[in-house]
Design a protein around this ligand. Structure first.
Ligand SMILES: N[C@@H](CCC(=O)N[C@@H](CS)C(=O)NCC(=O)O)C(=O)O
Length: 209
């Protein structure tokens, strides 16, 4: 069985969404991204991955895969009949990778990561200014489309859904991009997406209690 190391509402949420959209039953281990402890058994998360970051997907043969872009494509390819990624060789597969890179680098590391990890002592002014331009790209793209790639849900949509959800707590109101807020609303009508989010919000609340 696949195993996913995750932290509730962190970027590993998109991997949970992908697993649920794929109909893959997996084992989930909560890894605390600040203390670097695996909550199940108190073991050292750095022993699971020296990166100390979620997601980590443990494959059936015990190999460990990190980086959302790789993990998400692995999950999609494990159940090709679900159509969560275009087939390798199809130009849309590169479109998918283009979006996964953009979300991971420009939205996640370019904005969400510094916002949640660094003190806002003025040094966040640049990323805050740049995110407006960054978000105008998927907004324009989604103005005429239902999904990021092709005409059905892919793992790129799972990743963008997570990133858009995190923008509000990062102080960005996506209502200023109507195509993005409409898209997020549509994605949240999907049962797998709704269930994955509800599970992680409940876990996050339990941690805060
Ligand atoms: N490039 C990685 C980034 C993973 C990442 O930054 N995960 C965050 C949570 S959203 C984390 O676990 N951070 C802990 C740390 O960096 O120490 C990916 O796209 O999966």
């Amino acid at each position: 069985m696949l195993q996913l190391y995750f932290f509730p509402m962190a970027c590993s949420l998109s991997s949970r969404i992908a697993l649920m959209e794929a109909g893959i039953e997996a084992q989930y281990h909560l890894a605390h991204i600040w203390t670097k402890q695996v909550v199940d058994d108190g073991s050292d998360f750095l022993g699971v991955s020296p990166k100390g970051a979620v997601p980590v997907l443990v494959l059936e043969n015990g190999e460990r895969l990190t980086e959302s872009a790789a993990v998400l494509q692995y999950i999609a390819d494990a159940k090709p009949e679900r159509g969560l990624a275009p087939r390798p060789g199809d130009v849309d597969r590169y479109r998918l990778q283009e979006w996964l890179s953009f979300i991971g680098a420009e939205i996640h590391k370019g904005f969400l990561f510094p916002t949640f990890w660094y003190k806002d002592d003025g040094s966040l002014a640049k990323p805050r200014g740049r995110i407006t331009q960054t978000l105008s790209v998927p907004s324009a793209h989604l103005a005429e489309r239902e999904f990021l790639v092709g005409d059905s849900f892919t793992v790129a949509d799972a990743h963008l859904t997570w990133a858009l959800l995190l923008l509000r707590p990062a102080g960005v109101d996506i209502a200023q991009w109507p195509p993005l807020s409409a898209y997020l609303g549509r994605m949240q009508t999907r049962p797998a997406v709704r269930e994955a989010i509800a599970t992680e919000i409940a876990l996050r609340k339990a941690m805060a209690a």
